[in-house]
Design a protein around this ligand. Structure first.
Ligand SMILES: Cc1cc2nc3c(=O)[nH]c(=O)nc-3n(C[C@H](O)[C@H](O)[C@H](O)COP(=O)(O)O)c2cc1C
Length: 185
């Protein structure tokens, strides 16, 4: 069976740990392209997270000639995790001036999965309008917003809860989080 192929874009919002966990799972069985914005790299360093050591193809953010910048290169989906409000605005308006926003733009025009794991609070009207515009264009807005009904005990549990939902929507099998099966289960 052909390996699935995904693009992971990491932008300058807090929560580099979400990207790292997603990469840990995705890189096991899929071909993964990784793009990290300059500010995302600074924040990851500050948050003590490294994106080294994954079996992924790493693209510089300004490498607009990369294969994934073209719709003719087929991929199975893209996730921007975490997705800053700035990158959300660029994707919502088609302002494709770097490899993350260009690849997201390509996903939307080609009708491919494009999941934006936003992290900002509170949300201004501008953020909310951009979310709606991106969703209207075919993106899925999936705020980094863990649930508590499985009684998480560690930060890793909370991270897994968010990443599990992303994997569900990429249709990637995982065992990161329990599934809700009712109060009496
Ligand atoms: C320490 C730090 C934390 C930040 N956290 C967030 C955040 O959680 N959400 C957000 O939308 N922007 C956040 N920002 C602002 C973005 O990094 C900034 O808007 C940047 O231009 C985003 O660029 P990029 O989307 O190209 O990575 C943060 C910036 C810094 C320095």
């Amino acid at each position: 069976m052909m390996k699935k192929e995904y693009v992971v874009g990491v932008t300058g919002a807090s929560g580099a740990c979400y990207a790292r966990r997603l990469l840990e799972v995705l890189c096991r069985d899929a071909n993964v392209h990784l793009i990290v914005s300059d500010i995302a790299q600074q924040i990851a360093t500050h948050e003590g997270v490294s994106f080294e050591g994954f079996n992924a193809t790493v693209h510089p953010i300004d490498k607009m000639g990369a294969s994934i910048a073209s719709g003719s290169h087929r991929i199975d989906g893209m996730v921007v995790i975490p997705c800053s409000a700035k990158t959300l605005s660029a994707i919502a308006t088609g302002y494709a001036d770097n490899l993350i926003t260009r690849t997201a733009d390509v996903c939307l025009k080609e009708g491919r999965k494009c999941i934006l794991v936003t992290r900002e609070t509170p949300l201004s009207k501008i953020h909310l309008k951009n979310m709606l515009a991106a969703e209207d264009a075919g993106a899925m807005i999936m705020p980094a917003c863990p649930a508590f009904y499985h009684h998480p005990k560690t930060i890793d549990d909370l991270v897994d809860m968010v990443v599990a939902r992303v994997l569900d929507h990429l249709e990637v099998e995982h065992t990161l989080a329990q599934r809700w099966s009712g109060y009496d289960a």
